[in-house]
Design a binder for this molecule. Structure first.
Ligand SMILES: *[C@@H]1O[C@H](CO)[C@@H](O)[C@H](O)[C@H]1NC(C)=O
Ligand SMILES: *[C@@H]1O[C@H](CO)[C@@H](O)[C@H](O)[C@H]1NC(C)=O
Ligand SMILES: *[C@@H]1O[C@H](CO)[C@@H](O)[C@H](O)[C@H]1NC(C)=O
Ligand SMILES: *[C@@H]1O[C@H](CO)[C@@H](O)[C@H](O)[C@H]1NC(C)=O
Length: 214
């Protein structure tokens, strides 16, 4: 309390005229209090604006979950057998793939069991089970998958025959990972990450080319 009085006394002579007629008038300092208290709402407003801005940035950056990126990062042909037998062309192979999951969120991503499919002309010709897992905040995880591709799953093999003779087959790969992004404390947001890739199988070089993921 004595400190406050001192502060007011220092302020008072500076504001009032140097004329010492009413130097010890105690009313003057009281009249200066409304000006100092009128600054209070300004600071309060500035603080509210600042806190709102921080909350907005926080909610935009931290609380808005991004869908993790799922891509095939590598596909290796382990085993390949094919024959362009007249009525029934056939192709069997084992693909060893590496799936990369990139989580750009500020929270962990937990995903459930799923299936990765390999398709030829929109028909599933091979599948691999993907186990559940998680990716830490702002990290990338890799999963491996082995897919057995069997052309006997196709009902129409006309184009397969054409593609085997050309030596180039277009394949696509698809997986849907349903999971949750863990935000602060107990807030979880459902996010389904989709892997959708296309590739060209080169029968002569026994390799996968033009691997592209969207
Ligand atoms: C592919 O596998 C099927 C059975 O799984 C078999 O009948 C066929 O002969 C195989 N094709 C080749 C080219 O080995
Ligand atoms: C995921 O797969 C594993 C092993 O196949 C199984 O034990 C587990 O119960 C599955 N989890 C769910 C949520 O289906
Ligand atoms: C075979 O290929 C042609 C031309 O690329 C396409 O129009 C047709 O839909 C294909 N057939 C099947 C069964 O996908
Ligand atoms: C996969 O991506 C292609 C474009 O790259 C798109 O045309 C197609 O519809 C997508 N498939 C699925 C199942 O999302």
């Amino acid at each position: 309390m004595p400190e406050e009085d001192q502060g007011v006394q220092i302020l008072a002579p500076a504001k009032s005229h140097p004329r010492s007629d009413e130097e010890y008038a105690p009313i003057k300092p009281k009249s200066s209090t409304p000006t100092s208290s009128s600054k209070c709402p300004v600071y309060l407003l500035a603080a509210i604006v600042l806190l709102t801005a921080i909350a907005l940035v926080f909610s935009l950056v931290v609380l808005r979950p991004n869908t993790p990126d799922v891509e095939l990062s590598q596909v290796i042909i382990e085993d390949l057998k094919y024959g362009n037998y007249s009525p029934n062309p056939s192709l069997n192979m084992t693909l060893s793939a590496e799936i990369r999951i990139k989580n750009s969120n500020f929270g962990k991503y937990e995903f459930e069991n799923s299936t990765a499919s390999v398709l030829y002309e929109d028909v599933v010709v091979g599948e691999a089970k993907l186990g559940q897992g998680s990716v830490s905040a702002r990290k990338t995880e890799r999963m491996s998958a082995v897919v057995d591709v069997r052309s006997q799953r196709l009902s129409d093999t006309k184009n397969l025959s054409r593609d085997i003779s050309s030596g180039m087959l277009k394949l696509s790969s698809y997986a849907r990972l349903s999971g949750k992004v863990l935000l602060i404390k107990k807030i979880k947001k459902q996010k389904t990450a989709i892997m959708n890739c296309t590739m060209t199988l080169n029968l002569r070089s026994r390799s996968v080319q033009e691997l592209l993921c969207s």
